[in-house]
Write a protein that binds this ligand. Sequence first.
Ligand code: PHB
Length: 432
Amino acid sequence: MAKPKRDNAPMATRAKPYSKVDVAEDRFGVRRDRILRSKQMVRSYVLAAAVAAFGVSATDGALAQDTVKIGFILPMTGQQQSTGKQELAAIKLYMAQHGDTVAGKKLELIIRDDAAVPDNTRRIAHELIANDKVTFLAGFGVTPAALAVAPLATESKLPQIVTAAGTSIITEKSPYIVRTSFTLAQSTVPMAAWAAQNGIKKVVSMTSDFGPGIDAEKSFQSEFTSKGGQVINAIRLPLANPDFSPFLHSVLDQKPEAIFVFVPAGQGGNFVKKFIELGLGKAGIKIIATGDVMDDDLLNGMGDSMIGTVSAHMYSADHDSALNKTFVAAFKRANGGLRPNFMAVGGYDGMHLIYEAFKKTGGKADGDSLIEAMKGMSWESPRGPISIDPQTRDIVQNVYIRKVEKKTGELYNVEFATVEAVKDPVKAAEQK
Ligand code: PHB
């Protein structure tokens, strides 16, 4: 088998050593290794009894035909664990709300932890395909994890639903990939346009040094400069355990009007802490960012000095729609008050895509039929209207410009402008 390429996307290798069942639980939170074993025992028992009583020759496969397995690979441990936590909570919520039977098939969830280490992701995907015989591979908290599995999806003709990672190129790596998360350029291009139109002329860009950060840097810079702005320095931040201080310190001397920032989910809190500690805000430097930085999961911990900060993104827990209000309330109720973030909606919509594709194929479970069913699908998400571009299999969605405000004692990204139906700008430029 061809070794998957890593596409300018080095990744932390600090994962816990892989174990056969890292995180595996059923929808009630029971570890699945135990459940699987006991199910297998029951199944063998039932089959043995049928053969003895009626002389029928049944196979395990005959029973398994009615069960369809969805293998989610998520970072439940390590640096990206907030993504795993948010996604899993949303996936479970979707199943609790919509049941586990679709088009006559029982859906079974298998959750596996890759700690966002692509070697783990690849090995787990192998196991899910060969041993568990999954119908879907889903999740992928970071770009390198999604890229590691793309060749396996192609070879096994299984849909690979990317619910978290955001580098543009991912969907081009297999015809079996469909994305329900976002691309970085979907946020950075509207952010750059807003900044240029609102008097910001001189910016330092700071983005994490891996696939999505490089996309963010390039797409921001090209839009911002095309609108008359200037990026006076483009800094790439280390991805693993970054110490932001020396980088932020150097920016103080450069005196930009704003720093444009992308760091992945989970890191925004530390970035903002250092930004405040080193006095950049006091020096009159603004943050403009993708919503990954002003993450709903972290926002309340950032403190009131972030009030007024503008960012662009596809989801805010404050999004003003009836569906989102129901989603946020149900999510919080089921998760001890946890506020859903943008990763949660990626997972929630990934489940919706899987359920609806199944309905459309009438329960046909082959990858080609399912991918065809997904192309062009559109629905209302908690983030607003979304669809799957039939040409690229990438998500098309509204992007909102938002400002941090205090509402009923909590900080929220309050949306005040909308760019409608944004296609991935990187691929859109290639299509022209
Ligand atoms: C990615 O690895 O593609 C990624 C991870 C976290 C983010 C955005 C993108 O917040």
